[in-house]
Design a protein around this ligand. Structure first.
Ligand code: SF4
Length: 229
């Protein structure tokens, strides 16, 4: 059984906001000869970091041979409740950007750098408030993302926001400086970074419209790199 084979790694374990303790890496749970269905099933058993106690795992979704893979940060409150990536407000904005760029959402694979929703409870409302995953959690979850890329072999990877960039392009990568332009990477033929759509929603009132335009422009830049149909 996968859980039973997990090794505790002294110094790598992290206590999650929901009280869990992880082994330090999801690599302990990666199945032999991985396929997408095998990966998805195995991820439900993952205890790679302390976030496993934060609710259900939300694995990537999309076609088996996608041209484009979009990688976000982590599932949000609605994603965790529904068990699907990018179905909350940020996902709706992403849908609009994809539609405007002429990219069919059903043709892309959507996933996250971290597969569990990290949150803390609001003091009064007890609402689940998003918390950014830390370095250890991003590192622990990376094997799932690596295997998704290895199995699906997308031609274009779109990195949405700083957490996905940290996971795939390193901590020194600055989305704000390099957004919308192809990045040299062995991960895929084309790798492009932009902001996470949630950052557009969180922008101050007087900056939100410009943030939305810039985000949509970055997604249009992705569409221009799609092979002609
Ligand atoms: S966040 Fe990733 S590494 Fe941590 S328990 Fe969930 S699936 Fe495993």
């Amino acid at each position: 059984m996968i859980v039973a084979t997990a090794k505790k790694r002294t110094g790598e374990s992290a206590t999650g906001p929901c009280g869990g303790i992880g082994t330090g890496t999801a690599a302990d749970y990666i199945p032999a000869r991985p396929t997408l269905p095998k990966l998805r099933a195995a991820a439900t058993q993952c205890r790679g970091c302390g976030l496993w106690t934060c609710g259900r795992v939300v694995f990537g979704e999309g076609p088996k041979s996608p041209t484009v893979m979009l990688v976000g940060e982590q599932p949000g409150d609605q994603e965790e409740q529904m068990g699907h990536p990018f179905v909350g407000p940020a996902g709706k904005l992403l849908d609009a950007a994809l539609e405007e760029a002429g990219i069919d959402r059903k043709s892309v694979y959507l996933t996250n750098a971290v597969k569990h929703f990290k949150f803390e409870r609001g003091e009064k409302s007890k609402r689940r408030i998003h918390k950014k995953p830390n370095d250890a959690e991003i590192r622990a979850c990376r094997p799932w993302l690596e295997k998704e890329i290895e199995v699906l072999k997308p031609r274009i990877i779109v990195v949405l926001g700083a957490t996905a960039a940290q996971s795939l392009l390193g901590k020194q990568f600055r989305v704000t400086q390099q957004r919308g332009k192809p990045v040299k990477s062995a991960l895929a033929d084309t790798v492009i970074a932009t902001v996470h759509p949630s950052s557009v929603l969180r922008a101050p009132d007087d900056e939100r419209e410009q943030a939305r335009r810039d985000f949509f422009a970055d997604i249009r830049a992705v569409a221009k790199r799609l092979p002609a149909r």
